[in-house]
Ligand binder design. Structure first.
Ligand code: NAD
Ligand code: G3P
Length: 336
């Protein structure tokens, strides 16, 4: 057991796994919601920095208020946890859960906070949890929420989803605080799909801006991208109203309109022909590849996703992709 527990009587012991931008911001959000928070960061330098009240690598310039117990010992982070937030990048989730597996208390909720689809398998992140931790109920927290905004305590609304509506509502109530408003949903798959696919379109939006294709092209891309998101969502059984909500349309609008988004910034560099190596995490890169494969396998018309995947793997240039998209056979707009 780690010392220094200071949770409110009604608070939970929340284990946050992942010491990057989002893990640190969510640890702060959980602290402000009255929980006792342990933050697992595999990098001891991050642990030392959080102990000093900062995380300069991932949240530069943001003060980390005292109260978070940081550790690079995953067993200690999980000991006695009432709830676990998984905040490693999507492609690292399986490895992190494998390391956590023997220490996650039985039956406590595992809340997915990453946004992506596993590139090698096409698995949604909830399927990975259900495979590795079959006795832990899965939830997902998603929606338009930049880590810096949440860490600064700026007003933010997200959705917490679980297959069990009562669990989703309970988690949403426990996670909400003055400046974090959590809606609940029982459409876990819908929330996952929206959060994963919006990253691909954020890259596309950045590329449109970077290549100076104009505001009209930007609006067209976001609108038609949302059609693709809805098509793929439907194939996975997502409810349309979920895709219209915070985790789908809401997050699409945020990340397609702000260079604060790392996916948008990645696309911007792509469109400008700048080097891509060394840029921060852009979850849309692996998700584009697997989403294009899923669309092809399931015969879902997803030309923008396919174009972004082809640009990212170097098969076509941005200009060639735009030309191909603009000269596709005409169709009715409502033909989704
Ligand atoms: N940053 C945001 O604004 C934000 C907001 C909402 C959702 N998200 C999502 O949260 C997820 C994480 O993003 P982030 O912003 O924290 O990324 P980040 O690059 O800031 O940090 C990633 C962290 O994960 C850790 N990590 C990587 N592999 C690991 C492993 N196998 N085991 C343990 N830790 C591992 C890294 O050490 C790092 O601390 C992504 O899916 C992202 O889409 C991010
Ligand atoms: O910086 P991005 O592009 O990873 O986006 C962060 C969040 O997903 C925004 O909701």
């Amino acid at each position: 057991m780690i010392g220094g527990e200071n949770r409110a009587p009604s608070g939970w012991r929340v284990a946050v796994l992942g010491g990057g931008a989002w893990g640190t911001a969510l640890a702060l959000a959980m602290l402000r919601a009255g929980h006792f928070v342990r933050l697992y960061a595999r990098d001891p330098e991050t642990v030392a920095a959080i102990d000093r009240g900062e995380n300069p690598r991932y949240l530069p310039g943001i003060a980390i208020e005292p109260g978070i117990v940081a550790t690079s010992d995953i067993k200690a982070a999980l000991d006695g946890a009432d709830c676990v937030l998984a905040v490693a990048p999507a492609q690292a989730l399986r490895a992190m859960l494998a390391a956590a597996k023997d220490h996650v208390p039985n039956a406590v909720p595992l809340v997915l906070c990453a946004k992506g689809i596993e590139r090698d398998t096409g698995a949604l992140l909830s399927a990975i949890v259900e495979n590795i931790l079959p006795t832990n109920p899965v939830a997902a927290l998603s929606g338009p929420s930049f880590a810096t905004d949440v860490a600064r305590g700026l007003p933010t609304a997200v959705v917490v989803a679980a297959r069990d509506a009562d669990l989703a509502a309970d988690l949403a109530a426990r996670f909400s605080a003055e400046n974090l408003r959590c809606y609940s949903s029982d459409d876990l798959i819908g929330v996952e799909i929206g959060g994963a696919l919006k990253n691909v379109f954020a890259i596309a939006a950045g590329a449109v801006t970077g290549a100076s294709l104009g505001a009209s092209a930007q609006a067209a891309m976001v609108t038609r991208g949302f059609v693709e998101l809805r098509r793929i969502g439907a194939a996975f059984g997502a409810r349309p109203e979920t895709l219209m909500g915070l985790s789908g349309l809401g997050d699409l609008l945020l990340t397609c309109s702000s260079a604060q988004s790392r996916n948008f910034a990645y696309g911007l560099a792509l469109g400008q022909g700048k080097p891509l190596s060394g840029l921060p995490l852009a979850e849309g890169v692996p998700t584009a590849a697997i989403a294009a494969r899923i669309a092809a396998e399931r015969q879902i018309d997803a030309p923008i996703i396919t174009a972004i995947a082809a640009i990212l793997d170097g098969t076509v240039t941005v200009r060639q992709a735009v030309s191909a998209l603009m000269t596709r056979p005409l169709k009715t707009e409502t033909d989704i």
